[in-house]
Design a binder for this molecule. Structure first.
Ligand code: TXA
Ligand code: MG
Length: 319
């Protein structure tokens, strides 16, 4: 089939050079990562950052994650501490974001971090984004490529659905492997989990050998963007559901209702990591099919189930 989406491109050397040029000119590009697709712009340019906020309709108090090729480059902008170095060694590049203190002489523009003295730093693993980061002499501010409060995109076409032709380029890197956003861990004081992800706080605890706080009261300061309503597919979501109401799309784990219409399995093998990777894809698919409501069965609160429950709880808050 002919590609009718004029701004979706496969990754190659030619497109790489074009992207580098456009980013230098403060343009915003849709890029794949292993977690979800992002909206990328030059983190050292105020104009680029303003464009990102405008495109997403994102509140200015919600800071962006800054993406680097490696530790050395990040050290130009943030203070490293021993916890960060240990976690970096174990998990980066990969689906984890660290909140660190910003260096006084950091070049990150203040509107990228909502004027905070801290920076969220991530080292993505997906190979296209790594080739791009390697070639740039600035890091990329990159929130998930969705309109604020909506579901994150996991395919190039999802990004197109959100922004249509407002982006010059959307790179098609296939489906994002992880399928939900990175774990966010605050390392500026006692470690705190700000957003659960595939890398659980138990795994982090094992490396740091200290307790990771998870159930603290979220204040505006330590997590400005962790809104209670988020990840909305645009139709009501009900969680901990036992009985199908006959009309809604019913999301479940396993293989029990395999040939039944209106039933959608997150993972036939009831594997929670696989379930997390399918969640946003199913949300979008169900919405497109015209359903008016989503029911979700109770998801176990262990492993990647913790991250799934965080997302679906917030999706359920949305009306
Ligand atoms: O997987 C991901 O992290 C994706 C991909 C594209 O890298 N990005 C992503 O970005 O999910 P975004 O903007 O959708 O979510 C970033 C989260 C927000 O909840 C924001 O409030 C928080 O990180 N954050 C950013 N900077 C922060 C800071 N300095 N202190 C506390 N939280 C921060
Ligand atoms: Mg987001």
């Amino acid at each position: 089939m002919k590609n009718i989406y004029l701004n979706i491109f496969p990754f190659n050397k030619k497109i790489l050079n074009k992207i580098v040029k456009l980013l230098k000119k403060n343009k915003i590009i849709g890029l794949p990562t292993e977690t979800v697709y992002g909206l990328a712009g030059n983190a050292y340019s105020k104009a680029s950052i303003n464009k990102i906020y405008k495109l997403k309709g994102r509140p200015k108090y919600n800071p962006l994650i800054i993406h680097y090729f490696d530790l050395n480059r990040a050290l130009e902008d943030v203070e490293a501490n021993s916890s960060f170095k240990k976690l970096y060694k174990k998990f980066s590049p990969g689906p984890i974001t660290y909140i660190l203190k910003k260096k006084i002489n950091s070049k990150i523009v203040s509107n990228a971090t909502a004027n905070l003295k801290t920076v969220a730093v991530r080292f993505p693993k997906q190979k296209n984004i790594r080739s791009i980061l390697k070639k740039l002499d600035f890091p990329l501010a990159m929130p998930s490529a969705n309109i604020s409060s909506k579901v994150s995109p996991v395919k190039a076409l999802d990004v197109y659905d959100e922004f249509k032709n407002k982006l010059n380029i959307i790179v098609d890197g296939g489906k994002s492997k992880i399928g939900i956003e990175s774990t966010v861990i605050d390392l500026t004081g006692d470690p705190k989990l700000l957003r659960p992800g595939i890398i659980s706080h138990f795994k982090i605890q094992k490396i740091l050998r200290v307790r990771i706080k998870t159930n603290f009261k979220i204040s505006k300061i330590n997590s400005p963007g962790l809104l209670k309503k988020h990840y909305s597919p645009g139709i009501p979501v009900l969680i901990n559901q036992k009985k199908h109401d006959k009309n809604s799309a019913f999301i479940y784990l396993g293989n029990k209702y395999k040939n039944r219409k209106k039933f959608f399995s997150l993972s036939k093998k009831s594997n929670l990591k696989e379930a997390a990777s399918n969640l946003y894809m199913l949300f979008r698919k169900i919405k497109k099919m015209g359903y008016k409501k989503i029911q979700i069965q109770k998801i176990p609160s262990r492993g990647s189930g913790l991250a799934i429950n965080d997302r679906i709880k917030k999706a359920a808050n949305y009306r």
